[in-house]
Design a binder for this molecule. Structure first.
Ligand SMILES: C[S@@+](CC[C@H](N)C(=O)[O-])C[C@H]1O[C@@H](n2cnc3c(N)ncnc32)[C@H](O)[C@@H]1O
Length: 241
């Protein structure tokens, strides 16, 4: 495969063109409530993030990392933050452009790869919000190190991703249930039946140990199980002290 990130971009664009559920934008009502001080922040997995994880966002600089789609970035902007959204998919970014134009929101919308944040100076942001997306990068450490670098001291990194159980288990149609069949870490490219889909199952050691190794202090942890029972998401809040 020539470049995994070009392939991920094509895969995401194709899903967005087919209206995948996690590309649904914030509603006008949600945006209005955020303007009125009621921020209801969810990721694609549906779990709401406690408002106290954000605090008062007025005047704060927030980076929505791999966070396009017209959901999180416009909500943060309506809550008073100065928002930058960076994403690999132009189709996802188009949704933020459309909402920014319709709602008259001043958002900085950038096409880019979360593994390379060299365009941002050290200690630029108060908050980095990262919706489920780290399973599209082969190694989470460059992302964690870069996020730690671009955060101000006292800033927070809120991320969501998939628990390894989603990759360890496959549905066995003959047995009529899930079966643990894969060792971790997982890579879709090692499986012929996955076609051109690129996805990585990282260990919890990579996610939690990786953030700690990058310098974060983990101060919050949440989980959300989807209807498909092995789709178990977790959310962490990591602080730069
Ligand atoms: C599942 S969507 C998450 C966004 C959605 N707003 C949500 O609430 O779940 C994953 C996003 O990650 C982006 N993405 C994947 N790999 C990326 C990379 N290496 N750099 C930047 N964005 C990436 C995709 O383009 C997509 O917009």
């Amino acid at each position: 495969m020539e470049n995994i990130f070009s392939q991920v971009e094509r895969n995401i664009d194709r899903l967005v063109e087919n209206d995948v559920n996690w590309s649904a934008c914030a509603t006008a009502e949600q945006l209005q409530r955020a303007r009125n001080g009621q921020l209801e922040m969810t990721f694609g997995c549906g779990r709401a993030i406690p408002p106290e994880w954000f605090g008062d966002l007025h005047g704060k600089r927030a980076l929505c990392l791999a966070g396009a789609g017209g959901l999180q970035a416009p909500l943060l902007a309506c809550a008073g933050a100065k928002v930058t959204v960076l994403d690999l998919s132009e189709r996802m970014l188009d949704k933020d452009r459309a909402i920014a134009a319709r709602e008259n929101l001043d958002m900085d919308i950038q096409h880019g790869n979360m593994c390379d944040l060299s365009r941002f100076a050290d200690e630029t942001f108060d908050l980095v919000l990262n919706p489920p997306s780290l399973f599209y990068v082969p190694d989470v450490m460059p992302v964690f190190r870069e996020v730690h670098r671009v955060l101000k001291k006292g800033g927070s990194f809120i991320m969501c991703s998939s628990n390894p159980i989603a990759y360890v288990c496959d549905y066995d149609a003959d047995l009529g249930c899930y079966k643990a069949v894969n060792f971790m870490p997982y890579c879709s490219l090692d499986h012929d039946d996955q076609g051109d889909w690129v996805e990585y199952g990282h260990t919890m050691e990579s996610y939690i140990g990786g953030q700690i190794a990058a310098g974060f202090v983990i101060s919050g942890y949440l989980e959300q199980q989807a209807e498909d029972i092995t789709e178990l998401y977790f959310i962490t809040k990591g602080d730069k002290r």
